[in-house]
Write a protein that binds this ligand. Sequence first.
Ligand code: CUA
Length: 334
Amino acid sequence: MALALGAAPAALGQSPGDGGISPPESATPSGEAINQLYWFVFAICAVVFIFVESALVLFIIRFRRRRSSPEEAEGPQIHGNTRLEIIWTIIPAVILVGIAVVVLARSSAVEATSGNRSNELVVEVQGHQFYWQYVYPDGQIAIDTLVLPVDRPVRLELVSYDVNHSWWVPELTGKRDAIPGRTNELSFTPTREGVYEGRCAELCGVFHTVMPTTVEVVAEPEFQSRLQLLSGQDQRGATQLALGRETWDRVCAKCHGLAGEGDLGPPVEQSPTLVDSESLVELLENGQDTADNESYMPPVGRGWPDFQVEALIAYIRSNERLAAPQPAQEGGDG
Ligand code: CUA
C-alpha cells in the first residue's frame, strides 16, 4: 500500500511514452475529448478505490481479534442486511449509468473534426503484413510514414489485404482496426505540427512488432511539396527509384534484409525472381504458403498498382547487391 501510494505521484507526473498513467498530450480535438473522458473515469475510479481501501483497512484494524477475547470466541453471527445490500447495488449501478451517459454524450466529440469540411483530405490506409501503405487522393504512395497538413480535416479509410491490423497513433486519436473485406473510417483534425509515433495494435503475425508508423504533421505548403516528392502514376527517374527504394526498405527488407542478405526470410540477393516481373508479381500477389509452413511469405504486394511493382523492379535493377548489372542494351531490337 505504502509502495503504491509512493509510486502514484511519480506515475501521474511522467511524460507521455514513459509508461506513466497519464495519456499523451493530444495534437487533435478528438484526442483531447478522449483524454477528458479518460480523466473523468479515472477520477471516479480513484474516489471508489480510496473509499473501498480505506474502509477495508479501517475494518481490519477495528474488528480484529483482541488479545482480551479467548481464541475460540466467535464474532456476532449476521445474516445479511437487505437495506445495506440494496444500497451497495444501487450506488455502483448509478455510477456505471452515469459513466455510460457521459461517454455516449461525448463520443461525437471524439469523432468530430474541426476546420473546413470541404477541404477534407482522404487517405487510404492499407494494413499489410508487415507495413502500412498510405495512398493519397492522386495516387501518391507512402509507406510507414504518413505526412498530413496541419489544421485540415483528415479522413482515413482503413483496409487490410491479409489479416486484422489496428492503426494507432495515441497522440492523434483512438485506435481503429483495419479488417479484410471492409473499410473502416477514422476522422480527426491535427491542430499541432509535430512528429507522432504509432504502431499496429493488433497481433497480426510474426513481425507484428516491426509495424510501427510515424505521422508527420506539417504546414500546408510543406505538405504540398512533400506530396510532390512521392511517386504516383506516370513518374519516372528519381521519384520512381525513391518509391522502389522505399518499397524495398520498408516491405521486402523487413524480412529479407536491406541488401537481401536474409534475416527472418531467406536471402534473396541475386535471385532471378527479383528481376523477372512476371514471377515477382505472382509472388507479391499470392505470397507463399507451403503445407509445412516452413517457407511462409505473406502476399505483401497484394493491391499494389502496376507502377509500384515497376518502381520496385527499377530499384532492384539499380542496386548491384540485389541484382547483377544488366547487360548493356545493344542498338536496335538487340
Ligand atoms: Cu499489423 Cu500487428
